[in-house]
Design a protein around this ligand. Structure first.
Ligand code: BG6
Ligand code: MG
Length: 228
């Protein structure tokens, strides 16, 4: 069948929001007297909001009451949203729109598979909401990546079998989730970080339409089969 399901992670794949997560987490960490570096921010890629705060508290050796924890999560998100609300279509990463339009032309299934609870407002701001046939985000899943739930739900909404799906991911946990779902995993980013992916590209400008066509036709398939 010449139809596949293409599932895009959001943060770091479609838009570069890591810088806004960094600013918001740094402000919050510093307010608690905890240092927060860009290297630490790297480790929060693909990690849920709750788990991110837990990790920052672990790094700073701090414990909080449940109420304080909940309130800080809200504070972080308000600060994050203040940046998101200024985003526009110029912040879509290079050639993402080109790939989305190409897939649309080829009548492929297109879904979002993100850990973020802010996925819809972000897609709206960057004018991409109508490009996706299905959206699965942090509001729809109970298990975080590397659990494959987010991608399996995406496949289901697209009415595609997991082995006919392809995932674009910039995080290690996301690549592992795609592999566990038995989908073709395509890492977007650095080779040394995303080495578990079936294929790796620095960004979408490096991905040819021929490569995408070969995925669609089945000429290119999964390299690393899952070991259960
Ligand atoms: C992921 C990001 O996509 O979403 C993480 O890579 C982030 O950094 C997570 O923590 C949750 O996002 P949000 O918008 O729900 O806080
Ligand atoms: Mg990501």
């Amino acid at each position: 069948m010449n139809k596949k399901g293409f599932i895009f992670d959001l943060d770091g794949v479609v838009v570069d929001t890591a810088k806004y997560h960094f600013l918001a987490w740094r402000q919050l960490a510093n307010s608690l007297g905890i240092d927060f570096t860009e290297e630490e921010n790297e480790q929060l890629k693909g990690v849920s909001r709750v788990r991110s705060l837990e990790k920052i508290l672990e790094w700073g050796n701090k414990t909080l009451s449940q109420d304080e924890f909940t309130s800080l999560m809200a504070t972080k998100n308000e600060e994050y949203l203040s940046h998101i609300n200024k985003m526009d279509a110029n912040e879509v990463l290079p050639d993402v729109l080109k790939v989305l339009n190409f897939l649309e032309e080829r009548q492929q299934g297109i879904s979002l598979g993100s850990a973020s609870k802010n996925a819809r407002p972000i897609l709206e701001r960057v004018e991409l909401l109508n490009k996706f046939h299905a959206i699965v985000d942090g509001n729809d899943v109970s298990e975080a990546k590397p659990n494959p739930e987010v991608f399996l739900k995406g496949a289901e909404l697209l009415d595609m079998e997991p082995h006919n799906c392809v995932v674009f991911e910039d995080s290690v946990a996301g690549v592992q989730a795609a592999n566990r779902a038995n989908m073709i995993s395509i890492g977007i980013g650095e080779k040394h970080v995303l080495h578990e992916a079936d294929y790796i590209f620095k960004d979408f400008t490096e991905m040819s339409t021929q490569f995408i066509d070969e995925i669609i036709s089945g000429k290119i398939s999964k390299v690393n089969q899952i070991i259960q």
